[in-house]
Design a protein around this ligand. Structure first.
Ligand SMILES: NC(=O)c1ccc[n+]([C@@H]2O[C@H](COP(=O)([O-])OP(=O)(O)OC[C@H]3O[C@@H](n4cnc5c(N)ncnc54)[C@H](OP(=O)(O)O)[C@@H]3O)[C@@H](O)[C@H]2O)c1
Length: 319
């Protein structure tokens, strides 16, 4: 007689099609199991990023092949519940955080299976809600400034959208490196940017930033379009524009004698461990605008999509 194994289930928010916020549905999903090199995380909090609503809307359907139903949410903080084969760095009960693989189910759920190499120990000084707000945005800032931009002390960097998720980490990381930071924000976020360490703040709604910021070494562009195009006027010859939203202006870069680079964030537990060290040393903070329960994932994505979040939005999932 065949023995039926009971299928373990969990609470999750899933989507069954690309579309608007209404494709997100709360319900039950199969609890995942960790494979070789993976751990199962009991999710305490899931960070919300613009990629969540962009993927939901179908922006990446050619680049990231996914089948439905899928669970979104690629920033997690939680507790290791089970460990797959070959994992040596983590054990059951460890508190971890990380940026998950876009090609796999995410953290809008009670449990998620993750590659151990994508994770790091949660900063001791942060609770799970704060830790979940860090990985994707902080790694993007780190990789843009240091891995691609090779930013060093004494250089000047223009950081667009300095009040946003990526921008608010970029300002702090650039200052930590010893660079001079010029930040674009709206007037309401000017004090916030200064508190993060920005040396100069430009209200992008009142001032044409390219007239106020000249001969900078690096531009971090998280806006694109006209902002990207005008940013070349702020760069010195030989400078670098780094974009998180794709380069649409390569000919202009060549005209101005500057380099332009597109960044696609990588999961990286080792870089994240360095970021956690900075957090615990009091060198890096995260600003959380809104915390919502998992059941309000659609509202969280709508807020993100408006494009004016200060810092981060987080979904609280479990304790
Ligand atoms: N390629 C990658 O791997 C990667 C990784 C991460 C993010 N991204 C992309 O990068 C972009 C930024 O991500 P994020 O998480 O930082 O977004 P976010 O947190 O949603 O950014 C919101 C911020 O943008 C500011 N803002 C809006 N328009 C602005 C403008 N014209 N000039 C200056 N600031 C402006 C807003 O400030 P005000 O309210 O003051 O206007 C707000 O604080 C998104 O498009 C995201 O998808 C890509």
């Amino acid at each position: 007689m065949a023995i039926m194994r009971e299928v373990a289930m969990m609470r999750a928010v899933r989507m069954n099609a690309y579309g608007g916020p209404d494709v997100l549905a709360a319900g039950e999903a199969r609890k995942p199991e960790p494979g070789v090199g993976e751990v199962l995380i009991r999710v305490c909090a899931a960070g919300v990023n613009p990629v969540d609503w962009k993927l939901r809307a179908g922006y990446f359907k050619e680049r990231i092949k996914r089948s439905f139903p899928l669970i979104p949410g690629w920033d997690v903080s939680g507790v290791v519940e089970a460990v797959g084969g070959g994992v040596e760095d983590f054990k059951i009960g460890d508190e971890v955080f990380g940026k998950l693989d876009f090609a796999r189910d995410g953290a809008y759920a009670e449990y998620v299976a993750a590659r151990a190499r994508d994770l790091a120990r949660k900063p001791r000084s942060f609770d799970h809600v704060h830790a979940a707000a860090v990985p994707l945005a902080a790694l993007t800032a780190w990789q843009s400034l240091f891995d691609v931009g090779n930013l060093y002390a004494g250089q000047t960097i223009l950081i667009h959208a300095a009040a946003g998720g990526v921008g608010h980490f970029a300002v702090q990381l650039a200052k930590w490196k010893g660079a001079r930071v010029i930040a674009t924000v709206s007037a309401a976020n000017a004090e916030f940017a200064r508190a993060l360490g920005a040396d100069e703040v430009i209200d992008y709604q009142k001032t044409r930033f390219e007239e106020a910021a000249k001969a900078v070494d690096l531009v971090l562009d998280t806006i694109g379009g006209d902002t990207q195009q005008r940013s070349y006027k702020s760069l010195k010859r030989g400078g670098t524009l780094i974009s998180t939203v794709g380069i649409t202006s390569a000919p202009a870069a060549a005209e101005h004698g500057v380099r332009c680079e597109s960044v696609m964030v990588r999961s990286d537990g080792k870089e994240l461990a360095q970021i956690a060290e900075l957090i615990d040393a009091g060198r890096l903070r995260v600003d959380i605008q809104t915390v919502l329960p998992l059941s309000q994932a659609a509202t969280a994505q709508e807020l993100s999509q408006m494009g004016h979040v200060r810092g981060k939005i987080v979904l609280k999932v479990g304790d």
